[in-house]
Write a protein that binds this ligand. Structure first.
Ligand code: SAH
Length: 361
């Protein structure tokens, strides 16, 4: 695939656009209009930017491009969840998911093509990491989905819970959040954004100092160092105890809490003893727990616990005063649920081949 060498303006924040225009000899006040066209109106080219001088539009089109993920597939679940397969300029493919009414409308975004974290129960990790997404590609998922769904003027939440580990692609992720928050663009308030992480500690320390602070979700999944080492390989580098210490220190807005995500795997981490240990670990942290009964998939060597085990686990937490919710799995019939996002790069493979790849991975 031929790569377009022109710089991508969708990856620029407003101050950068102002500098670019100035350097090109154009008045900087046009930057706001340009930003608004790209991010608020989801314009894919310069020609239709009717309030910009014709000459400027021509100059921009020659020197720059607006990278816009192309929708190459769309699958709607019986529960209304819609999974979009998006193709990027270099042919790489990612998935982004629209989840209606939970209670808000939510866009679930990817931050990387694949993932390097290799959590034992997650399908995305099977792809390995191909590359980081740019800020424009991360924010662009919202633009494209909102345009497709006629939601550019509607309120929505954004969760970074698609493919990839956001804190393993820190700069582009935070820049994307700033672009989404900008009042000249979609103006998504920070309280409507959630960053979910496995706990890359140096990046978490950086996040603690950001002026734009999304809600924080930590993927915990185990209550002992050994148990977490087995499920989440990065725990061998950034262990459970240090992660919880970082959470204890994390600056939280008033009334705000850290969400701890906990995948429940039958016979592995779902006993009442695990639940009691979890309560002790969270002591002193403003926390709520979101239980994620495993979404099963071919090639994932774990089972989803029966509902009774899930309820028993939740009860132990709530009886001890921990706020707990059980994530209702959305879009499982179209493989759009947590940990089920996986795309092949390059040529599409037949489903049977895909299954064989997974089983033999
Ligand atoms: N890398 C980020 C975002 C990933 S996905 C993170 O780890 O937080 C969002 C959540 O889905 C994570 O908590 C992840 O552990 C969970 N998840 C992954 N695979 C899953 C599966 N098969 N079933 C249920 N949840 C899963």
């Amino acid at each position: 695939m031929r790569i377009d060498p022109r710089p991508d303006l969708a990856s620029a924040d407003l101050p950068e656009l102002e500098r670019l225009l100035e350097a090109a000899g154009a008045p900087r006040f046009h930057a706001r209009q340009l930003f608004r066209w790209i991010h608020r109106r989801a314009a894919g080219d310069f020609a239709g930017m009717t309030d910009l001088p014709r000459g400027l539009r021509g100059m921009l089109a020659e020197r720059f491009r607006i990278a816009t993920p192309a929708v190459s597939g769309r699958d709607q679940s019986t529960d209304g969840t819609t999974k979009f397969l998006l193709q990027l300029d270099d042919g790489a493919r990612i998935e982004a998911v629209f989840i209606p009414d939970t209670p808000a409308n939510t866009f679930c975004l990817s931050t990387q093509v694949g993932c390097a974290m290799q959590c034992a129960f997650c399908l995305t990790g099977r792809m390995r990491l191909t590359r980081n997404l740019t800020a424009g590609e991360i924010a662009g998922q919202v633009r494209v989905l909102a345009r497709e769904l006629d939601m550019l003027d509607a309120p929505f939440n954004v969760v970074l819970m698609g493919m990839g580990e956001p804190l393993h692609n820190y700069d582009a992720t935070m820049k994307a959040l700033r672009i989404l928050a900008n009042g000249h663009g979609l103006a998504v308030p920070a309280r409507r954004m959630t960053l979910s992480t496995i706990g890359v500690l140096p990046a978490l320390a950086r996040l603690a100092t950001e002026p734009l602070m999304p809600n924080l979700a930590i993927s915990l999944h185990a209550t002992t160092e050994d148990g977490r080492d087995r499920l989440v390989p990065v725990n061998r580098k950034y262990g459970l105890k240090d992660l919880l210490d970082a959470c204890r220190r994390f600056p939280l807005a008033r009334r705000s809490r850290i969400t701890f995500e906990y995948v429940l795997l039958a016979g592995v981490n779902d006993t009442p003893e695990d639940a009691r240990r979890l309560v002790r670990l969270l002591n002193g942290i403003k926390a709520k727990v979101n239980l994620l009964p495993l979404n099963e998939a071919a090639g994932i060597p774990f089972d989803r616990p029966p509902d009774e085990a899930v309820n028993r686990f939740a009860r132990v937490l709530s009886e001890r005063g921990v706020t707990v919710s059980v994530r209702k799995s959305r879009g499982r019939d179209i493989r759009a649920a947590c940990g089920q996002l996986i795309t092949e790069s390059g040529r599409a493979k037949a489903p049977a081949q895909r299954l064989a790849d997974l089983i033999h991975a």
